[in-house]
Every structure is written in C-alpha cells, then in structure tokens.
Design a protein around this ligand. Structure first.
Ligand code: SF4
Length: 92
C-alpha cells in the first residue's frame, strides 16, 4: 500500500496537498476530485476577438507538468504559490 507523506514531510520538499488548502472545494469534476476556488469562475479575454472565455475554471491556477497534476486531486502533491493553509484560517 502506498504511504502518503505527512503535511510537514511534503512541505520540506516544497509541495502541498490541495486538501489542506482553504481554496480547495471537494466535488466530482471531469478529471479531478475537487475545485480550486481561485479559478472556479475565472475568465480570460481573447485578444483577437475581445471575447471573455472560461479560463482553467476549477483547475489549479498555474499548473505545468512540473508543478503537479493538471486537475485538483485532494492528495496529489503539487507546487502551488497560492496555497493557503486551511487550519490557519480556522484558528482565528
Ligand atoms: S491549486 Fe493551489 S490554491 Fe488551488 S486548491 Fe490547490 S493548493 Fe489551493
């Protein structure tokens, strides 16, 4: 059976789990198991047409293959500059 590293072990490698992030919203998505709230309704303007189109909605904000999975999986290690610890927001 695969052992997942603890939060602290993971952070030492510069990675995090979406599950521990206050921006993560669990749910079934095409190719994932949750949304990133930061991109859930994000749109981008197409320069050629001037139209606004969906932009990575629900997916991690800046994913490249080096940063982690393309979709949000609760326990998939990723590098994410927008990560905000869920437990920190509860202890206010
Ligand atoms: S992609 Fe980043 S900001 Fe979004 S839920 Fe995952 S860790 Fe949080």
């Amino acid at each position: 059976m695969q052992q997942f590293p603890t939060k602290e072990e993971l952070r030492k490698t510069g990675k995090v789990y979406c599950e521990g992030c206050q921006h993560f919203e669990p749910g079934s998505t095409p190719g994932g198991l949750g949304f990133c709230a930061l991109t859930k309704n994000r749109q981008a303007r197409v320069e050629e047409t001037g139209k606004m189109v969906p932009d990575r909605q629900g997916l991690p904000p800046d994913t490249t293959p080096e940063l982690g999975c393309a979709a949000c999986f609760p326990m998939a290690p990723r590098v994410c500059g927008k990560y905000r610890d869920r437990s920190a927001s509860v202890t206010l």
